[in-house]
Design a protein. Structure first.
Lengths: 112, 878
């Protein structure tokens, strides 16, 4: 099994937003699982760090929450993107792409 | 921003959000456990794995909390709650601390309200710092003089360019105006002003307008509107009759504006041009009417620049006046521009020193109260050493604990401040009442305002820091190991508490001695030989109305017939009023300074000395013939011993002459013993008594003096009735017994003596409480040691002596510190004392003895308690 990577500072929020965009309303546990699965189980996500991040996003108005019932009939708090959240996701994704592009160019082998 | 607001809201929805989080985490675990079970784990393993993956419930909650709300603020709130709980747990302690501080803060706030009203506050006008008043310096009486004439005003207005506006004002007290055809019983204070007065000062009437220079109109004060018209909205257009002149009310001044003199509020302002007609006995020629010149500086012009422009202009004007057709004298030899932003006030200079001293005294009381509270906190934090040490050991920062302790002092200081404010509110009424009497009566409205609130709040914060900081520093500076174990450090500790008590004792001694000095000053002033008989002397002040009253001789005869009246006389000023000062010259006497040629003067009528009980040393009293001064007859005068000694070097001066007013010859017909005539403090002022001239015949503004057989109120009523019957147009201002008048004239001295006495007693009580607290604490800490002493054979009396000796040492150290302080401070109060020195041995020794005795009494209880210590119990507790 490959070595697991810690979640980089500041990327967790983006992952949460992206997860909610693709999956629709989801509870905290579901988000955590989904992030792990998407990363191909390469990310070591401490589930506990998710909750302060969710609180922050909610305070900033990018997501909203509501109590509901999960697929296996458990009471759970479901998060979903707000309109501001969609915009923020687009903005952050663009920034991230730019950053990775720059890094890729930096690290790419020199062309002769 | 949005996050900030949500977090702010988070402060208030704390409990619900916490429950929500707990439920959410629980559901998270359940979902995870379900998955794990499906993967084939045992239930126990499933839960363990889920918890591991989450990272523990509490750390998650803690991280979440850091994000939710503001942890700093929440901690502060929690600390405040804790502080409030701690203070409520010790109600006795809290009550003592709050009461102590409330007294200190209340005293300071009350004094501040007087200081502010009389010494600090600006006039409620626009840009008060741009106002100046014209003044001349009178070297003779060592005082600023503000009087100018109408003519000078007109010329200065025409010639000066530094000012945006020049206006004039003067104040006159005359008998009541006729309002709605009914005479106002009280004296009306009239402001005689130029038409541009309100405009130059920048005061807009609350209703109506101000008047023009020559308009028969009046602006009334807000207080007068309330008193006379019950704030009727239709007051504009109503009329006032003054001395027969009808004036239409055209405006009402704002409530805050009571004129340009502080402490002497004006009721009605009238145009100066109407004063000769509307004010009785006013100079009939307008150009000689007295007035003060108040001017507003042009923007950008400083008072100094304006003065530089004014000086040569005024000097030129003076020359022209002397040489001009009327050959009138200028009002002053030169001109100065003084700041007018605070308004002029004669009382101010008389109250200034007493107020400054009372402010210092109140400050010292507060300092003692602070020391006391600091000591209370210190002993308590010593008792809480274990708690504090445990918190420090558990990792609480020193700053956090200090903040906690400081918060506890603020929790004490805030209610103390509120109580102090209430106390001040209540006592300012009494203070204003005290100031309303006497020769320098001031009418102050001492309502609590924003300035007073700000002052109190400042005091609160300052005091809580002063009394809270030292104990907080001491409390957090502990050795953890010994403190947690509960061991008590050696008796050498607690030096801070003991030095606080020494300082308290020293300050109390200073205040006690001060109180003693002021109380004895008041007593000396009251009991001194005045040079006249003060008992059964009735003083009636009158004012004539528009019509001439009955002849004076009729009035005197009528009053003399009243049963109980032994003799009747009169003088122009009456006793204990400021007499007029005149310049005299005696052949062969060279005045060393202009002041040397000045004597006090009053005009009196026959039987004056007999009525007052003043002793005639040589010569005779005035007779009826002396009152009529037919042309060609020599004027006559009585003089007092001091006058005779100063100008003639001897007292047998009957028949000698002096010149008055440069060219009037006066012959001395009698010499009178010195009396406390115009001031209780100065019996040796040189006085000249002249006969009331012929104008005495129409009873103008005289002061009737009656010697009676008793002090019955019925007599006062009878005198009023008879006077009213024989001279119906005469207004009676006051009928006072001399005893009461003397009491009133001592208003400032009484105020100082009362306050100083009160503060002294307060200081004494506070010092005792402080000493008691410290001795109890020290004795309790020495329980073990005392137990050993007792078991080794010390007697209870010996233990009592031991503790008392400790207390005595502290008290003596305080006295030793206080006495030199008194010697230093005494110089600043010397001017306020009478018949006693600032370092009076008896007062100092008496106060020190009293202080020592009372502190010993305070230490007695802890000493007795210590002497009853059971050695077995004491040793076991160690």
């Amino acid at each position: 099994m490959a070595e697991k990577t810690d979640v980089w500072q500041g990327t967790l929020a983006l992952m949460v937003l992206k997860t909610l965009e693709s999956m629709g309303p989801l509870h905290g546990y579901g988000i955590a699982r989904r992030i792990e699965q998407t990363s191909g189980d390469l990310l070591a996500l401490n589930y506990g760090t998710l909750y302060p991040a969710l609180l922050k996003l909610e305070q900033e108005g990018y997501i909203s929450s509501e109590w509901g019932v999960s697929e296996n009939n458990r009471k759970a708090k479901f998060y979903k993107l707000t309109r501001a959240g969609y915009k923020q996701l687009a903005r952050e994704a663009r920034q991230w792409e730019q950053a990775t592009e720059i890094m890729t160019r930096f690290l790419a082998p020199k062309e002769n | 921003m949005r996050a900030f607001l949500t977090r702010l809201l988070g402060l208030f929805r704390r409990a619900r959000a916490e429950r929500d989080l707990a439920a959410e985490l629980e559901s998270h675990l359940q979902l995870h456990i379900d998955d794990n079970l499906r993967a084939g784990m045992t239930p126990a393993e499933a839960r363990r794995q889920a918890l591991l993956k989450l990272g523990g419930l509490e750390p998650v909650k803690e991280n979440w909390r850091d994000r939710h709300g503001f942890p700093g603020v929440e901690n502060l709130v929690r600390d405040l709650r804790h502080a409030a709980r701690m203070t409520l747990r010790n109600p006795g302690f809290t009550a003592a601390a709050i009461l102590t501080l409330a007294l200190g803060i209340g005293a300071n706030t009350a004094i501040f309200s007087v200081t502010d009203a009389l010494l600090l506050k600006s006039l409620p006008v626009q840009n008060p710092d741009k106002l100046v008043i014209f003044a001349g310096w009178d070297p003779g009486i060592h005082s600023w003089m503000y009087n100018y004439t109408w003519r000078e005003l007109q010329e200065l207005r025409r010639r000066l360019a530094s000012f945006a506006g020049i206006t004039s004002s003067w104040t006159a007290d005359r008998s009541g105006a006729f309002v709605n055809g009914r005479a106002d019983e009280e004296r009306t204070h009239i402001g005689i002003v130029s038409g541009n007065y309100f405009q130059v000062l920048g005061v807009a009437p609350v209703i109506g307008r101000s008047f023009d220079d020559r308009e028969p109109a009046a602006v009334i004060s807000h207080a007068y509107w309330e008193r006379q018209f019950a704030l009727a909205p239709d007051v504009l257009g109503r009329t006032l009759a003054m001395n027969g002149t009808v004036l239409t009310i055209v405006g009402v001044a704002p409530r805050a504006f009571t004129g340009d003199t502080v402490g002497q509020p004006v009721d009605v302002w009238i145009p100066a041009a109407l004063a000769p007609r509307a004010v009785s006995r006013w100079p009939q020629r307008l150009e000689f009417n007295p007035l003060r010149i108040i001017a507003r500086l042009r923007p950008g012009v400083t008072a100094r620049q304006a003065e530089a422009e004014t000086r040569p202009v005024y000097n030129q004007l003076s020359r022209e006046l002397r040489l001009g057709p009327g050959q009138s004298a200028p009002s002053h030899d030169g001109v100065f521009l003084l700041p007018e932003g605070q308004g002029i006030s004669r009382p101010r200079q008389h109250y200034q020193r007493p107020i400054v001293i009372l402010t210092i005294v109140a400050g010292l009381v507060l300092l003692i109260a602070c020391a006391n509270t600091a000591n209370l906190f210190l002993t308590r934090s010593e008792a809480r050493r274990k708690e504090i040490a445990v918190r420090l050991a558990l990792g609480a920062g020193r700053g956090r604990i200090m903040r906690q302790l400081l918060l506890e002092s603020i929790v004490i200081a805030l209610p103390a401040g509120a109580a102090g404010l209430a106390l001040a509110w209540w006592s300012t009424g009494a203070l204003a009442q005290l100031a309303r009497y006497g020769p320098w009566a001031v009418d102050l409205t001492l309502a609590p305002d924003a300035r007073m609130l700000a002052y109190t709040a400042g005091l609160c914060i300052l005091t809580s820091i002063v009394f809270g900081l030292a104990p907080a520093l001491a409390a957090t500076n502990v050795e953890l190991y010994t403190a947690v174990k509960g061991a008590i450090n050696g008796p050498g500790r607690f030096r801070l508490g003991k030095s606080l008590v020494v300082v308290q004792v020293a300050l109390s001694l200073v205040l006690l001695i001060g109180a003693g000095l002021f109380v004895r000053t008041l007593h000396n002033l009251k009991s001194q030989d005045l040079g006249f008989e003060r008992a059964h002397l009735l003083v009636v002040r009158t004012d004539t109305g528009p019509r001439p009253p009955a002849p004076a001789s009729d009035v005197f005869a009528q009053i003399a017939r009243i049963p109980g009246v032994r003799s009747v006389s009169s003088s122009h000023f009456g006793l204990l009023m400021n007499a007029v000062f005149i310049e005299i010259s005696v052949p062969g006497y060279v005045a060393r300074s202009p002041a040397d040629a000045i004597v006090g003067a009053d005009q009196i009528t026959p039987r004056y000395l007999e009525t007052l009980g003043m002793r005639l040393l040589a010569g005779r009293e005035f007779t009826e013939q002396d009152m009529q001064d037919p042309p060609g007859r020599m004027r006559v005068a009585l003089v007092n011993e001091s006058m005779a000694r100063r100008f003639f070097g001897r007292t047998d001066v009957v028949g000698r002459r002096f010149k008055w007013d440069r060219d009037t010859d006066v012959e001395i017909v009698g010499v009178v013993r010195d009396a406390a005539y115009s001031s209780l403090r100065d019996r040796s002022a040189a006085m000249v008594y002249m006969p009331e001239g012929s104008d005495w015949q129409d009873l103008t503004d005289v002061c009737l003096i009656l010697r009676t057989t008793d002090d019955s109120p019925g007599l006062v009523r009878r005198v009023r009735e008879e006077l009213h019957a024989v001279a119906p147009d005469v207004t009676i201002h006051s009928v006072d017994w001399m005893d009461a008048a003397i009491d009133q004239s001592l208003a400032i001295e009484r105020m100082v003596a009362w306050m100083a006495g009160l503060f002294g007693a307060l200081a004494l009580v506070l010092a005792c409480v402080g000493l008691y607290g410290v001795m109890s604490y020290v004795a309790a800490r020495r329980t073990g040691e005392i137990g050993i002493r007792v078991s080794l054979g010390a007697t209870p009396a010996g233990i009592t002596r031991l503790v008392l000796g400790d207390a005595l040492l502290l008290a003596i150290a305080g006295v030793a510190l206080g006495v030199p302080a008194v010697f230093i401070a005494s110089r600043s109060v010397a001017g306020l004392l009478f018949g006693i020195g600032g370092t009076d041995g008896l007062t100092i020794a008496g106060s020190a003895a009293l202080l020592l005795a009372v502190t010993m009494a305070a230490a007695w209880l802890p000493a007795c308690r210590a002497s009853r210590i059971d050695p077995m119990q004491a040793l076991r507790s160690e």
